[in-house]
Design a protein around this ligand. Structure first.
Ligand code: EPU
Length: 292
């Protein structure tokens, strides 16, 4: 019978996850496993499946809150170069699921391929960006996908073509555990013009969002036609603090954490934000971040 001990070389036990997330809080993973190849990833997943182990995939940790008690079971990270490559051929960009979105944006722009630059400033990995259809006012990653290679939690790998994929506001039908690789179809343009568009978007983002603090991006999805940030501000919540966690005074839909912050306090603050917005506006806010 297969055992997780077979993967001890690539496993860390009781590994703190806080340093791997943007909020930098929360407890450890019972097992953190970093496979070195696609075949090894499949072997780990098959073993976990056989053993009934709960498995989660950790991307860039930018849209994620880990509870103080940590995470039971297995957390997988695709950090090996086998999962992080970016290559360009014609108008197509291929990227590993573990590649940083920012890396793909820069490589595409430098190669004179337009499309991804609208995502400038969004943290995280390609896998995470695809699952949650990362984007903003100027575009979403789903618009550019030609195909993706996925792996299920039982270790089966297959390709899904762009036309079978559905990307909606902050969600997609990419339900498989891992995105191993993705191919994007972009549009040729002048690298200088792409860079100029990126610069303008970056300036706007910097002036409206608390980039330099520790935050997980927007906490809630925008309710249809409304801005969660504006609703939170109008409910008088900017600057409200629980423990070392506070509602950003720059943008109401961000929580920033200071040293000594606890996940339990972030969760309490989320509750307060939801309750107050519901009382003030009759709108139920839906979480955008994942809570493990
Ligand atoms: N606003 C306020 N008070 C606030 C925040 C915003 O009045 O505290 C107002 C703004 O003045 C503006 C409107 O609300 O009129 C919309 O604000 P903003 O342009 O900042 O955009 P957003 O809807 O709050 C969305 C995404 C961001 C993305 C930006 C820019 C969501 C939940 N948020 O924010 O995505 O960066 O557009 O494209 O969809 C994220 O998802 O993590 C994220 C940061």
């Amino acid at each position: 019978m297969a055992s997780l001990d077979d993967f001890s070389v690539i496993t860390r036990r009781d590994e703190p996850l806080a340093p791997l997330t943007w909020l930098r809080i929360g407890g450890p993973a019972q097992r953190l496993i970093e496979p070195r190849s696609v075949d090894e990833l499949a072997a780990v997943l098959r073993t976990c499946h056989e053993l009934g182990e709960h498995v989660r995939l950790l991307g860039g940790g930018s849209n994620l809150l880990i509870r103080d008690e940590g995470v039971a079971g297995v957390v997988i990270r695709l950090t090996d170069p086998a999962f992080c490559g970016v290559s360009i051929s014609g108008n197509r960009v291929k990227a590993g699921g573990g590649a940083l979105l920012s890396h793909v944006i820069t490589e595409s722009a430098q190669a004179g391929l337009a499309g991804m630059e609208t995502l400038v400033g969004i943290p995280g990995t390609i896998a995470g960006a695809l699952k949650g259809n990362a984007g903003g006012r100027n575009g979403e990653i789903g618009e550019h996908v030609a195909s993706i290679t996925v792996m299920t939690s039982s270790g089966d790998k297959y390709v899904r073509q762009g036309d079978e994929l559905v990307f909606e506001y902050r969600r997609s039908n990419v339900v498989e555990l891992c995105v191993v690789e993705a191919e994007f179809e972009l549009t040729p343009d002048s690298p200088d013009e792409i860079a100029e568009r990126m610069r303008k978007l970056w300036v706007i983002k910097k002036s409206t969002q608390p980039l330099s603090f520790q935050s997980a991006g927007c906490i809630f999805k925008n309710p249809r036609g409304l801005s969660a940030g504006a609703l939170i501000e109008q409910a008088g919540l900017k600057g409200v603090k629980i423990g070392e966690c506070e509602v950003s005074d720059r943008h109401g839909n961000f929580i920033v954490t200071n040293p000594g912050a606890r996940s339990a306090d972030v969760l309490k603050l989320i509750d307060v934000m939801r309750t107050k917005v519901s009382e003030a506006h009759g709108v139920e806010l839906e979480l955008e971040i994942q809570v493990w």
